[in-house]
Design a protein around this ligand. Structure first.
Ligand SMILES: *Cc1c(COP(=O)(O)O)cnc(C)c1O
Length: 394
C-alpha cells in the first residue's frame, strides 16, 4: 500500500463486507433467488434452506433456540421492535423502563418515544469508566417495571457492561432484560441462558457482514415473550416481523458469524496487540492524553482518547489519511458533544477533544505504525499553534 492510502480506523461505525461473506452471498442474488416463503418449488426451498442454515448459526452463537431468532433490517429495528413491541403488548399497567445514559440513540430515542406515550423512564448514570452499577438497577426496580435495557459493549468508548450480573437481577425479579449487542455479537461470547437475556439486538454490518440485516433474539421459554407487531403484513418470522426475507443478506449474516466464531481468539489477540500499541505510543508522545472508558473491560478494537486543548474536528481534518471519528459517528453532524462523553463526566471542551479510533480484521501493524506517526505529528503541530499550549509552555 502506498504512503497516501487511507487507513480505515472506523470499524465501530461499520466494517467492510468480508470477501468470503460476499462470495457466500452472490449465488442468492443469481441462481438461488427464490422467495423463502415459496415452499412449492426448488427456488423457494433453496432460499428457505439458506435462511434456516443462517438462523441455526445465529442461534447457536447465542446459545438460543432456532425459533428465538427473528430477522430484521438491523439493530435499530430490533431495538424498536423489542421496546415498542413489549410495551405495546403488556400495556400501561407496567409502564416503567430502566436504561442507562451511554446507550446508543436507537435505545435512548425509542425509550423517549415511549416516554412521550406516558411510560416512565429511569436513566441510570455511569461511573467515569462508563460502567453502570448493577446495584443501581436493583435499587430502581418498581412494581411497574417492565423492562431493563442495558447495552453489552459501548460503541463510542468500548466499555463492556456487567451484563450477567444485571441479567440475574432481572430474572430474580421477573423483569424482561433487553441487551443491545450490536458491538459485541460475534466479538465476545454471549450466552443468553447463562446471562438471563430475554431480548437481544445484533447487526451484521458491524462484524463484516452486509448492511441492512440484523436479528432480535426473543426468549421463547421461561418466560415466553410475545411482542406487538410493528410491521403488519404476511406474518413472516413466526408473526414477529412481516416482509419478504432478504435471503442474500441473511445468508451473509450467518457466514459472517461463522467466520467470526472461527477466528475470534486469533483476531482478538491481534487486535489487542494493535490497540494497546496505539494507546501506548500516543500516550508516550503526548502524556497529557486521556483514554476514555476502561482499559481492561473494553472491546479489543476500540480506542477513544481525549487530546486536551486540541479540537477533535481540527485534528481529524488535518489527518486526511486516517479515517476515524470524533466522539460519536452518529452525532458527528451536530455540534453537541457526545452524550457518552458527557455521561462519563467530561465537560464540553474535553468532550470536543475526543477521537475514536476503531480497528478491525483488516488492520495491519504497518497501518497502526503509520497512524501513530501521523496522529502524534499532527497533535504536536496543532499544539504549537494553539494559544493555550503556547501559554503553557512559556
Ligand atoms: C451500530 C449500532 C446500532 C445500530 O445498528 P444498525 O444495524 O446500524 O441499525 C445500535 N447499537 C449499537 C451499540 C451500535 O453500535
Amino acid at each position: 500500500m502506498g504512503k497516501n492510502t487511507s487507513i480505515y480506523l472506523d470499524y465501530n461505525a461499520t466494517t467492510p463486507t468480508d470477501p468470503r461473506v460476499l462470495d457466500y452471498m452472490l449465488p442468492y442474488y443469481k441462481d438461488k433467488f427464490g422467495n423463502a416463503a415459496s415452499f412449492h418449488h426448488k427456488f423457494g426451498q433453496e432460499a428457505k434452506k439458506a435462511v434456516e442454515d443462517s438462523r441455526k448459526i445465529l442461534a447457536s452463537e447465542l446459545n438460543g433456540k432456532i425459533r428465538e431468532i427473528v430477522f430484521t433490517s438491523g439493530a435499530t429495528e430490533s431495538i424498536n421492535l423489542a421496546i415498542k413491541g413489549l410495551c405495546g403488548k403488556i400495556g400501561r399497567k407496567k409502564n416503567h423502563i430502566i436504561t442507562q445514559a451511554t446507550e446508543h440513540k436507537a435505545v435512548l430515542d425509542t425509550c423517549n418515544a415511549m416516554k412521550n406515550k406516558g411510560w416512565e423512564v429511569t436513566m441510570l448514570p455511569v461511573n467515569p469508566e462508563g460502567f453502570v452499577n448493577p446495584d443501581d438497577v436493583l435499587a430502581s426496580l418498581k412494581n411497574e417495571t417492565i423492562l431493563v435495557a442495558i447495552m453489552h459493549a459501548n460503541n463510542e468508548i468500548g466499555t463492556v457492561q456487567p451484563i450477567a450480573d444485571i441479567g440475574e437481577i432481572c430474572r430474580e425479579h421477573g423483569i424482561y432484560f433487553l441487551v443491545d449487542a450490536a458491538q459485541s455479537f460475534g466479538k465476545l461470547s454471549i450466552d443468553v441462558q447463562k446471562m438471563n437475556i430475554d431480548l437481544l439486538a445484533a447487526s451484521a454490518h458491524k462484524i463484516y457482514g452486509p448492511k441492512g440485516i440484523g436479528i432480535l433474539y426473543v426468549n421463547q421459554k421461561n418466560p415466553r415473550i410475545s411482542l406487538q407487531l410493528q410491521i403488519d403484513g404476511g406474518s413472516h418470522e413466526r408473526g414477529f416481523r412481516s416482509g419478504t426475507l432478504p435471503v442474500p443478506l441473511i445468508a451473509g449474516f450467518g457466514e459472517a458469524v461463522r467466520i467470526a466464531e472461527e477466528d475470534r481468539d486469533v483476531e482478538n489477540e491481534h487486535l489487542l496487540h494493535l490497540r494497546d500499541k496505539l494507546i501506548d505510543e500516543i500516550k508516550a508522545a503526548h502524556p497529557d492524553v486521556e483514554l476514555n472508558g476502561s482499559r481492561k473491560k473494553r472491546l479489543t478494537n476500540n480506542v477513544n482518547i481525549c487530546f486536551p486543548g486540541v479540537d477533535a474536528e481540527t485534528l481529524i481534518m488535518k489527518m486526511k489519511s486516517v479515517a476515524c471519528s470524533t466522539g460519536s459517528a452518529c452525532s458527528s453532524a451536530n455540534l453537541e458533544p457526545s452524550h457518552v462523553l458527557k455521561a462519563i463526566g467530561h465537560r464540553n471542551e474535553m468532550a470536543h477533544s475526543a477521537i475514536r479510533f476503531s480497528l478491525g480484521r483488516f488492520t495491519t501493524e504497518d497501518e497502526i505504525d503509520r497512524a501513530i506517526e501521523i496522529i502524534n505529528k499532527t497533535v504536536t503541530a496543532i499544539k504549537k499553534t494553539s494559544p493555550r499550549h503556547r501559554l503553557l509552555s512559556v
